[in-house]
Write a protein that binds this ligand. Structure first.
Ligand code: UDP
Length: 257
């Protein structure tokens, strides 16, 4: 079998100067940018660049459920469709949704459901379409984070936002926010998500081996990182409403009306 360039993982994930291969310290996040209201035809939408990840989320709903048999008489349903484009990864990804995409879609739905008032929308559905156009590790976390923003942009009543981030272990050291290469060549990966209305974790996955002390340290690191990502989410939402205010004022209107 031909060895692809990306099959050759680096032997060390830290440089001589103690920094990670992309220049980050152990507890640094990658650069994160978020924007809401990026897709005209969706009820709500958002875009995130998280390191080299580039992801769009679009929300529709509440609307009629198709196929009808999925509708529930006592509550609305949340359906999430996480997809990676064929060109989002080094090896061409098969276009049809695979087992991994179905699993991640389910996980994201489970993360977001606690903040929604689905009981107020019987017989209807909320649908979130997530398109990963560039992937480089941590796409489930970035997707959950951007999907929560898209729900807020759609004006869907929410108990709070949801924020997600991963922590992990590489070369025996605990680090925040694994890149694609760190995810593949590292020893452990722990994606978590926080629902802010009750400060509870709505996601805690774990792949790898760590001891109890390391696990507790993981949770502390995750809490710190989640707080930082949450601020970026809030800023993205505020920017949109500030823009609406500015536009109303420019047209001579009263933004309080
Ligand atoms: N990946 C890939 N091909 C695939 C699936 C994933 O190259 O078919 C890469 C992609 O960069 C992804 C990373 O592997 O971000 C880690 O994937 P994982 O399943 O751990 O999910 P993620 O970390 O993206 O949530």
């Amino acid at each position: 079998m031909t060895l692809l360039i990306q099959d050759k993982y680096p032997e060390k994930l830290f440089r001589e100067d103690g920094k990670r291969l992309d220049g980050r310290d152990k507890d640094d996040l990658r650069n994160i940018k978020m924007e809401v209201g990026v897709i005209k035809n969706a009820d709500g939408s958002a875009y995130i660049e998280w390191g080299n990840n580039k992801i769009f989320a679009s929300v529709y709903g509440p609307r009629e459920v198709h196929p009808h048999h999925l509708a529930k008489p006592d509550k609305g349903i949340l359906r999430v469709f996480y997809r990676m484009t064929t060109y989002s990864v080094f090896d061409r990804k098969r276009p049809a949704p695979g087992r991994r995409e179905k699993e991640i879609s389910m996980i994201i739905a489970d993360c977001l459901e606690p903040v929604l008032f689905l009981e107020l929308y019987p017989g209807t559905s909320f649908e979130i379409f997530i398109e990963v156009v560039d992937a480089d590790g941590g796409t489930r976390c970035a997707s959950t984070t951007v999907a929560a923003l898209a729900l807020a942009d759609a004006g869907v009543p929410m108990r709070s936002l949801v924020t997600s981030c991963a922590v992990g272990k590489i070369d025996g050291q605990l680090v925040t926010d694994l890149s694609g290469i760190e995810d593949k060549a590292g020893e452990a990966d722990l994606p978590v998500a926080m629902t802010w209305f009750n400060d509870e974790l709505s996601l805690l996955q774990f792949d790898g081996k760590v001891n109890k002390d390391e696990f507790n340290e993981f949770l502390e690191m995750a809490e710190e990182a989640l707080g930082q990502v949450y601020q970026i989410q809030l800023d993205a939402l505020k920017r949109k409403y500030q823009q609406i205010r500015d536009n109303v004022q420019e047209e001579g209107g009263d933004p309080e009306e």
